[in-house]
Write a protein that binds this ligand. Structure first.
Ligand code: PH4
Ligand code: ZN
Length: 283
């Protein structure tokens, strides 16, 4: 069944677990995630970036997810990941997304508050949930100085003001994760997460969670992370599946034979994440 992001995440916040938010770009990725969610009896958030929308088309993506959600026995939310423009967000709302992210994290605080507030007003009037981001992600490496970290990571007092003034439903924070493949091991600022969660008492989102060690994920969930974004680990699973067929059966030319092992690989990864995040059996 199709539900809003808020319906899924308020329950996760109340009961103390995290829900996987998995990025899709095509049908095989979507099917792998939905099959995993059904088998794990887990609520799930399917998300598309602006890049995914450019690649596959918003109508294709939203129609596929609506069909999958209608057929699924578990709650499914359709979410826009890192929305940056007014027009993309409005277009997602018009196309039946049940959750949108407005990423104003590159703006100074006052401007981030202003753009987020505007989106919250429109989305909430349409029954759509909103995620926003405060602090900056990406490119975080071990040799970064304490001062630089302080400037990039989410400031707890700013987070309180941000949520109060915008009315956002869940907040993505920067505590040391980055998008894509890590070069070293990411070091998460758990103290900061703990402080922010206690001050906000609302669902908190972790981006860039692929490649983060399992014990760090578990700790982040125990300290109040409720939505965990995974894209890179699924991309790797897909590509390794396709690559293995191409290498082992170079004469194969049927796309279905290339994609079937990729789908199985992705499903396995998604099921493992759901168990790790604590959302298996929560549907
Ligand atoms: N995301 C995924 C962003 C994907 O433009 P694009 O389609 O490449 O954007 O928001 C994450 O937080 C995923 O993090 P990961 O890279 O660690 O999986
Ligand atoms: Zn992200």
């Amino acid at each position: 069944m199709l539900v809003t992001g808020k319906q899924i995440l308020d329950k996760a916040h109340k009961e103390g677990y995290a829900v996987g938010a998995f990025n899709i770009n095509n049908m095989e990725i979507l099917q792998a995630i939905i099959e995993a969610a059904e088998e794990e009896k887990a609520p799930v958030i399917i998300q598309t970036s602006e890049g995914a929308i450019k690649y596959a088309g918003i109508d294709y993506l939203s129609t596929m997810v609506h069909l999958a959600a209608r057929k699924a026995s578990v709650p499914v939310a359709l979410h826009l990941d890192h929305g940056t423009t007014y027009s993309t967000i409005i277009s997602c709302i018009r196309n039946g997304y049940t959750s949108v992210m407005i990423d104003g994290s590159h703006h100074p605080l006052d401007e981030n508050i202003a753009v987020t507030k505007e989106i919250v007003k429109i989305a909430h009037a349409c029954g759509v949930s909103v995620e926003a981001e405060l602090g900056r992600l990406g490119g975080v490496e071990d040799n970064i100085s304490v001062d630089e970290k302080d400037a990039m990571f989410t400031d707890p007092d700013e987070a309180v003001r941000f949520v109060k003034e915008t009315g956002v439903d869940y907040l993505a924070i920067a505590i040391g994760t980055a998008h894509g493949k890590y070069r070293g091991e990411p070091k998460l600022d758990f103290e900061r997460l703990d402080t922010i969660k206690k001050l906000l008492n609302m669902p908190i989102v972790l981006h860039g969670a692929s490649g983060v060690p399992e014990d760090a994920i578990k700790k982040a969930v125990s300290l109040g992370i409720n939505k965990i974004n995974i894209d890179t680990d699924i991309r790797v699973a897909f590509t390794e599946g396709v690559r293995s067929v191409i290498i082992n059966k170079p004469e194969e030319y049927d796309p279905r034979k290339l994609c079937a092992p990729a789908k199985e690989n992705m499903k396995k990864v998604v099921k493992e994440k759901m168990r790790l995040f604590g959302c298996s059996g929560k549907a």
